[in-house]
Design a protein around this ligand. Structure first.
Ligand SMILES: *Cc1c(COP(=O)(O)O)cnc(C)c1O
Length: 430
């Protein structure tokens, strides 16, 4: 499969190049040349999760990763449960938080680290993976890349803006993982990562790659679980899928799945008050703005980078985009209400991101009197956001062992001013 840049539809690269480049040289984002129709085959077969992953991923990496290597990558990357829980009536949760860091970003990070490791074994190269995080991406990348030979990971995170659990996950692994605590915001961290890619000295002396969702290798594995959910919920009826969204990488994975034949009545783009995409669906105007801090901090994005991919997939046709995606946005109070109500009525505990997704699903069904089965992508374990969830439900919640094991561990971080020259100096001398 070849991939093209959203800025230039006639320049193509293979999977390996798209994976290591992250951003295309013209500043665009990579998209697959085609999305093969595979639903019929998947609907008929019986697959374990790694088998399903193989079926969906192999058209994209064909000729570049051998069949046996891809099977091995899928088995190792997707080695945890992906349960589907019935909340009530025809409403389901797709629990994507059973990986090592308790958020859905494990799927993509574990796939990326293993594909990068696969390609690097043929070259005598060292690689530095640079990533900016508001919390969950950094922990998933740290865990996914820990001890991978030939790769150093440098994580930039904003001082005082990540939760204590997230900070422990970022800073306690050591080895090939280095955490830089930047005296700035997430946007500052993101900007420094972008600057690093444009810096000539840096790129001449080290091999840089990115693990943010500008990388197409993050999105492909995020298509798989949409098929998985559908197979468990409905035979062949279109379903409704609500996606708690920030940078819109997860939703883009779902749109890929639809283009591959998955029957979907509607995707719900559920956001917090950083609602530039629901606003865009309403008005037709995309107006990015600085993000505001909310309880669902992994969705605090004011200029979602994957919107340009979504627009390209729909050829900038707002009508067809609106046919497939509806937008709903919620305040922090509404988020807490959704957590409390779902707990008291259905004994189900939602994290703040998933709570927004569930509110979006219910509001859509009500507004359009839809009776289709609905599923919410449950993007994080509620214990990751214990400060919000426990007061909302009025009870203590159990903390999974894999989260607890991070607490109290020795942490290592390097504090750094919000200055590109300092980060550059660090990268050049580390
Ligand atoms: C990253 C994240 C999201 C948002 O996903 P996008 O792909 O950026 O839209 C939602 N929930 C949680 C828990 C996350 O970590």
């Amino acid at each position: 499969m070849r991939f093209y840049s959203t800025n230039n539809q006639s320049h193509f690269v293979g999977f390996q190049e798209a994976l290591f480049q992250g951003l295309a040289p013209d500043g665009g984002l990579y998209l697959p040349e085609s999305l093969p129709e595979i639903w019929d085959k998947i609907a008929l077969g019986t697959f374990s999760y790694p088998e399903l992953a193989y079926e969906i991923l192999h058209p994209f990496v064909q000729k570049e990763i051998s069949k046996s290597a891809l099977i091995d990558i899928c088995e190792k990357a997707f080695s945890f449960d992906v349960p589907i829980i019935n909340i009530k009536d025809h409403n389901f949760l797709l629990e994507l938080f059973h990986g090592p860091t308790c958020a859905f970003k494990d799927f993509a990070a574990r796939f990326m680290s293993r594909t990068m490791e696969y390609f690097l074994q043929f070259e005598q190269k060292e690689l530095t993976v640079l990533v900016a995080t508001s919390g969950d991406t950094g922990s998933a990348v740290a865990s996914g890349f820990h001890n991978v030979a030939g790769i150093h990971v440098v994580i930039l995170y904003p001082k005082g803006r990540v939760s204590p659990t997230q900070e422990n996950q970022l800073t306690s692994l050591g080895g090939n993982i280095t955490a830089l605590e930047i005296a700035g915001s997430f946007d500052d961290c993101q900007l420094m990562v972008k600057k690093a890619f444009q810096d000539k000295d840096l790129n001449e002396s080290i091999n840089l790659s990115s693990a943010n969702s500008i990388n197409i290798a993050r999105l492909l594995p995020q298509s798989i679980y949409y098929f998985w959910a559908h197979k468990h919920i409905s035979k062949n009826e279109p379903i409704i899928i609500s996606v708690p969204s920030g940078n819109f990488g997860n939703l883009t994975g779902g749109l890929f799945a639809k283009k591959m034949g998955l029957p979907v009545e509607k995707f719900i783009a559920s956001t917090n008050k950083n609602d530039v995409v629901p606003e865009y669906l309403k008005s037709g105007q995309f107006q990015p703005r600085p993000s505001v801090h909310t309880l669902s901090n992994a969705m605090d994005v004011g200029d979602p980078s994957n919107l340009s991919r979504i627009q390209k997939l729909y050829k900038h046709d707002l009508t067809s985009l609106r046919n497939d995606i509806a937008g709903y946005a919620y305040s922090d109070d509404e988020t807490i209400n959704s957590i409390s109500k779902t707990f008291s009525e259905n004994q189900t505990i939602l994290d703040p991101h998933t709570a927004i997704g569930y509110a979006g699903l219910l509001d859509y069904k009500k507004e359009f009197k839809s009776t289709a089965a609905g599923v919410v992508l449950s993007t994080a374990h509620p214990a990751k956001f214990i400060e919000t969830v426990e007061p909302a439900i009025g009870e203590k919640i159990p903390i999974p062992n894999r989260l607890q094991s991070f607490m109290g561990r020795k942490t290592q971080k390097i504090e750094m001013a919000n200055r590109m020259s300092d980060v550059k100096e660090f990268l050049l001398t580390a």
